[in-house]
Design a binder for this molecule. Structure first.
Ligand SMILES: O=c1ccn([C@@H]2O[C@H](COP(=O)(O)O)[C@@H](O)[C@H]2O)c(=O)[nH]1
Length: 277
């Protein structure tokens, strides 16, 4: 079984590093002339996946925008995962899950067990109940060759009060999280399967990111003001491992598939230019 890190390395090299988020908000469903209904969601998801999943390395559906429609929305999310994977993209489920260990085990089953209808290639997870509470995720991901993306320093400005707080050993919370991730990826080749989420919007990052030996998911490109060049500057020492992530700035070009594809190609070229070795 090939590891998530190995599959991701190959796809970044062949398709480019861009990650496109599928975020069917009320505003975007309206802008595409679709209703803010399960039917509108289904059309949006189909058009978006068809336009992007054949050309980018990673597609990242934002679970919240599907969950708001209840079971019908979750059914659409299941199709997004299956269809995007069938078109050759890796799927990161952006669900940001985390709980006490016994419940984390159930989240792991939901998002990473191959028999689950929601199983993706990787899932975003929150370490704020303690990194050890994520162990069931780590175990199941290893067993099935899946990936994890642990929130470390997120793209929103409010995050600093928690993530930059320092513990008794003088390390920041985010630094401690990244040290755990580096430990899990130590020695992995060609790339570890445990990634971190580091916002593209950060102005500085006081951490030796090369030590992570894993992928860096960098949301915040486009609507939140960051660029692919910003990610290259911030994560210079690990730039080949960066996935700049963009949702609204691409989806705003829909529903016209040509405009969507053009936006994806333009950003993927920009990402390649800045992040290739
Ligand atoms: O630190 C983080 C972690 C996750 N996100 C998610 O990424 C997208 C960003 O959407 P844009 O439209 O490109 O701003 C969204 O789903 C967030 O929940 C993030 O922004 N920052």
């Amino acid at each position: 079984m090939r590891s998530f890190g190995g599959r991701l390395r190959a796809l970044i090299d062949s398709r480019g590093p861009l990650c496109v988020g599928i975020d069917p908000s009320t505003a975007l469903l309206d802008a595409w002339g679709l209703g803010d209904t399960p039917g509108g969601l289904e059309k949006f998801a189909r058009l978006a996946v068809e336009a992007v999943a054949g050309s980018v390395a990673v597609v990242k559906p934002q679970s919240a925008f599907f969950e708001r429609f209840g079971s019908r929305g979750v059914a659409v999310l299941e199709s997004v995962v299956a269809d995007a994977r069938a078109m050759g993209a890796l799927v990161i489920m952006d669900a940001k899950r985390g709980d006490i260990g016994s419940t984390t085990a159930a989240y792991a089953q939901a998002y990473l067990h191959p028999d689950s209808p929601l199983a993706a290639d990787a899932v975003t997870i929150s370490p704020y109940l303690g990194f050890g509470s994520l162990q069931p995720m780590v175990d199941l991901a290893r067993e099935h060759g899946a990936g994890l993306f642990v929130l470390a320093r997120t793209s929103n400005p409010e995050a600093a009060e928690v993530q930059l707080a320092t513990g008794p050993d003088g390390r920041t919370v985010a630094g401690t999280v990244m040290d755990h991730v580096a430990g899990l990826n130590h020695g992995a080749e060609p790339l570890g399967s445990v990634g971190v989420v580091l916002g593209a919007t950060l102005t500085d990052l006081d951490y030796p990111v090369a030590r992570l030996n894993g992928p860096i998911l960098a949301p915040g490109v486009g609507a939140q003001g960051a660029t692919c060049a910003d990610t290259a500057r911030l994560f210079a020492a690990a730039r080949r491992n960066v996935l700049p992530s963009v949702s609204r700035a691409v989806l705003a070009e829909g529903p016209d598939p040509i405009r969507l594809q053009d936006a994806v190609d333009r950003l993927n070229d920009e990402a390649r230019e800045h992040l290739s070795a």
